[in-house]
Design a protein around this ligand. Structure first.
Ligand SMILES: [Zn+2]
Length: 330
């Protein structure tokens, strides 16, 4: 996500602005801490010689470029960036692209193509600078940085449709973009697609994760498994809410959210971001045949919460019926 403030949220441990993480990986913060960006967007410099690749370039905070220049100097007096790899369409990962190219216009910029049907993808195509040439990444693309550094692009959609992770062969390390974060959970665009990507990343058997936000994850497999289990757990909780209320035949994402929050949080705190996640889970349950989509929509939703296009209003307004319940009524 791209909502930011300049304050580091109080529950987070500060991270150094620049630090070395392995013999060929360094992390630079995007200097954009906030509720969704955590300590700020992580940008990584990768390579074992003077030629380095930059993975993500922050959102365009003015102090970022001096920090990047100083960091390069600290790595080696002749260090330079040959390529910039953008993990996905959210602006906190690429908003600094013009500033980076202002530093050196010969840097090649790569990104997996955004799909124009997804809201995030459409938005990206509207706001990404039209004079910056984007070289399209494809799944499994090998990027040989030097004799000791090989990156492989892995299309891992779910957080956004164009999310790419990068596999560092020599270290069995994964640059996970926003697929997996170093703290808390991340938002997702499609639950089934997202779980599938998480399974795919887990199958690589990574030794370490370098996330798009938050600290390095040393228990890579454990963290990916935790993310998968959280989605399964949420699905089970939703089904329990529906099954515990057999006299209520239909459900909306807002109603399920309010029931899940019952006794824990106030319903007036419910925001579109909360209902969005539940709505996407209901959509998956619909795809799995456990819920049936009805012909009418929740026309009262807009009175209850503010909706923006990112929150997928068309999904949140769907009214669902439990198919198990439907069968027992017949
Ligand atoms: Zn993101």
């Amino acid at each position: 996500m791209s909502e930011t403030s300049s304050e580091l949220p109080k529950h987070l441990t500060p991270l150094p602005k620049f630090c070395q993480l392995s013999s060929r990986v360094w992390r630079i913060l995007g200097l954009n801490p906030g509720m969704f960006t955590l300590q700020g967007t992580n940008c990584y410099l990768v390579g074992s010689g003077d030629r380095l690749v930059l993975i993500d370039c922050g959102e365009g905070i003015p102090e970022y470029i001096p920090l990047l220049q100083q960091s390069l100097q600290q790595i080696s007096p002749n260090a330079y960036i040959s390529d910039l790899l953008i993990t996905h369409c959210h602006t906190d990962h690429w908003g600094g692209v013009k500033d980076v190219l202002g530093m050196d216009s010969s840097i090649n910029v790569h990104k997996f193509p955004a799909t124009s049907t997804a809201y995030d993808g459409q938005r990206f195509q509207e706001i990404f600078p039209s004079d910056v040439e984007l070289l399209p990444l494809h799944d499994d693309q090998i990027l040989k940085i030097d004799d000791n550094t090989t990156l492989r692009a892995i299309h891992a959609p779910g957080h956004s449709s164009d999310d790419c992770s990068f596999w560092l062969e020599e270290e069995q390390a994964l640059f996970a973009g926003d697929c997996v974060l170093g703290y808390g959970t991340t938002s997702f665009d499609d639950v089934a697609v997202y779980i599938n990507s998480l399974e795919q990343l887990k199958a690589l058997n990574p030794r370490v994760l370098y996330p798009g936000h938050g600290p390095v994850v040393d228990d890579a497999i454990g963290k990916i498994q935790e993310y998968i289990e959280l989605r399964i757990q949420r699905e089970n909780e939703i089904l329990q809410v529906i099954l515990a209320n057999p006299s209520k035949p239909t459900w909306t994402a807002y109603e399920v959210t309010a029931d899940l929050w019952k006794g824990k949080r106030e319903t007036h705190d419910i925001r579109d971001i909360h209902v969005r996640g539940i709505g996407l889970h209901l959509k998956k349950l619909g795809e799995d045949g456990k819920l049936k989509k009805l012909d009418y929509i929740d026309s009262t939703l807009e009175e209850k919460i503010f909706l923006n296009p990112w929150s997928k209003p068309e999904i949140l307004k769907i009214v669902w019926m439990y198919t198990g319940g439907l069968k027992s009524q017949l």
